[in-house]
Design a protein around this ligand. Structure first.
Ligand SMILES: CC(C)(COP(=O)(O)OP(=O)(O)OC[C@H]1O[C@@H](n2cnc3c(N)ncnc32)[C@H](O)[C@@H]1OP(=O)(O)O)[C@@H](O)C(=O)NCCC(=O)NCCS
Length: 306
């Protein structure tokens, strides 16, 4: 069975949960959580710190480091101690580490241990879904939910659209299957746009029975399971939007993003968030035109060493 032994996993979970509650951001991002769930124990290296070994941890998966100190134990040098151990073991190798929420302590540690700021990841938020613009699908285009036979096309478009993206562009059939095995996955929330004129024999975009066409792009929405609408806020996510490079600049990014927002609202989302690279101006423009906002402090920073 992959993963860490259960007591160690519980310790990591408890430290991360305490940090999440205080910081308002999760120190374990999706890639790290998937690694904890699916990687073998010998692919995960953990260091613990504190008088009882439960105040701070460092977790190394490949070259990506996660470093978390329980809020009550901060300012006592635990993170610096862990980082000294990790950098001693990995001396000469590349290392990356995300600071979720651009934490000031991470800025100091990065300076001290020779890391440089490599990437900014923005969180953008749409705080209210009540006044979405209406969805107008142009003739010749159909927007529908994902079916299994779309997998190869979704992977092709994803690889082409994210060719320069260090993580998303590498998604293969196994990664896709793993993400689809998550409990939040809903095929109806993975919206695809297809060109029914080019690929279909009789479809004009409206009928559900018309022949299937060429896929032009997709918008994978995410609505975590949890509180039902009415019990408070329920935050949906623009998980991934990818448009075939040959079809970019035709309004499909806006169309699919908006279609996904309508879908999330129908399923009970009250607000929506997303993550986008700090230098992805096309995506930022698409999202801000639909009302998404970015606050300067709402930025995750990737540090790199070596
Ligand atoms: C970002 C992306 C989804 C936009 O899709 P698109 O179909 O090309 O965008 P649209 O034609 O709907 O344009 C939406 C807005 O973005 C603007 N835009 C499009 N390309 C742009 C570019 N290269 N630079 C700046 N603005 C750009 C458009 O002008 C439009 O704004 P406007 O309404 O003010 O004119 C698409 O470029 C893409 O798939 N990129 C690669 C993957 C990615 O980065 N996805 C988003 C991160 S999850």
């Amino acid at each position: 069975m992959p993963g860490l032994d259960s007591r160690l996993a519980e310790t990591l979970d408890a430290i991360a949960a305490a940090a999440r509650e205080d910081d308002g951001t999760d120190p374990l991002d999706e890639a790290t959580r998937l690694a904890l769930a699916h990687r073998a124990e010998d692919e995960l290296t953990v260091w613990l710190a504190g008088p009882d070994g439960d105040d701070a941890f460092a977790l190394l998966v490949d070259d990506d480091l996660t470093l978390v100190t329980r809020p009550a134990a901060r300012g006592q040098g635990w993170a610096a101690m862990l980082l000294a151990e990790v950098t001693a073991v990995t001396e000469g190798e590349g290392l990356t580490a995300w600071s979720h929420g651009d934490h000031p302590a991470a800025v100091r540690l990065a300076e001290e241990f020779g890391f440089t700021r490599a990437r900014d990841l923005w969180v953008m938020r749409l705080p209210d879904l009540t006044d979405l613009p209406p969805l107008e699908v142009p003739d010749g285009i159909r927007v529908r939910g994902y079916v299994e036979s779309d997998a190869a096309e979704v992977l092709r478009i994803n690889a082409a659209a994210f060719a320069d993206h260090p993580e998303q562009g590498r998604m293969d059939a196994d990664d896709l299957a793993r993400r689809m095995a998550e409990d939040w996955f809903d095929p109806a929330g993975l919206l695809v746009a297809e060109d029914v004129v080019a690929g279909g024999s009789g479809g004009s975009g409206g009928s559900g029975d018309a022949a299937r066409g060429t896929l032009l792009g997709f918008h994978w929405t995410k609505l975590p399971r949890g509180s039902a609408a009415g019990a408070g806020r329920r935050t949906g996510e623009v998980y991934v939007v990818g448009i075939d490079p040959a079809a970019q600049g035709r309004g499909l990014g806006r169309l699919l993003t908006l279609a996904g927002l309508h879908h999330l609202r129908e399923r009970g989302a009250t607000d929506v968030e997303l993550y986008v690279e700090g230098d992805n101006h096309a995506a930022q423009r698409t999202y801000s035109r639909l009302g998404f906002l970015h606050a300067a402090a709402d930025t995750h920073v990737q540090y790199r060493r070596g």
